[in-house]
Write a protein of this length. Structure first.
Length: 214
């Protein structure tokens, strides 16, 4: 069984993306395709790269989604794959399920997905579905198993994030509290994760995403 296409990592790197997980697809899940590779921002350096693109600079809506569509569609054409996106729907593609099945992302103690390299800062810009069944890389260890302090559990001042539920109204209300810096720096829970802190994501990028949330 062949491994992932050697050109994949190089094509992704040219756009400050990285393969962040791979899995075998169930029959009919993406019709005619057997393997799927998830793509995430490669840090450090993704934000300076993205803010220099035409999509960011033209002032139109949804610049990152438009950039992701252009770049990942071109990668798919070069590799004989099908591009798949988390923001094109309905129907929405099951990116959270795919991430868990890739054996590189797991539910964290606060319910958010935690990735073996990006921590709680993991995000997926898209994926490539391939008609061939590839041999998959070996999975990494679940980082929470060796995180003794688990600071994510106590980082939210309103306990909006628990495994059983996500209290969205409480989270949004707290964004306007004096002293709350989540809007400017990103979610305090995500920032508390030791892996998140070593990932290299810029605060400006987190603020960009929080602008859509808050």
């Amino acid at each position: 069984m062949p491994g992932l296409p050697p050109a994949l990592a190089d094509l992704a790197r040219a756009h400050h993306l990285t393969p962040s997980g791979a899995l075998h697809l169930a029959s009919g899940e993406v019709p005619g395709h057997q393997s799927l590779v998830l793509l995430s921002p490669a840090e450090p350096g993704f934000w300076p790269h993205f803010t220099a693109t035409p999509e960011y600079r033209d002032g139109a809506r949804d610049p990152m989604n438009r950039w992701s569509t252009r770049v990942i569609t071109a990668m798919a054409a070069a590799l004989g794959a099908r591009p798949v996106f988390p923001f094109s729907g309905p129907p929405w593609q099951p990116f959270t399920d795919w991430a868990r099945r890739s054996a590189r992302a797991w539910p964290s103690p606060v319910g958010l997905l935690v990735h073996d390299e990006a921590g709680l800062m993991i995000s997926y810009r898209g994926a490539l579905a391939f008609p061939d069944r590839f041999a998959l890389p070996l999975p990494g260890p679940r980082p929470c198993d060796s995180c003794t302090d688990q600071p994510c559990r106590s980082a939210c001042p309103v306990d909006a994030l628990i495994p059983e539920a996500y209290n969205v109204p409480a989270c949004k209300a707290d964004l306007d509290r004096p002293g709350n810096d989540c809007r400017a720096r990103g979610c305090a829970v995500r920032r508390a994760c030791p892996l998140s802190q070593s990932y290299g994501r810029r605060q400006e990028q987190s603020a960009f995403h929080m602008g859509y949330f808050g």
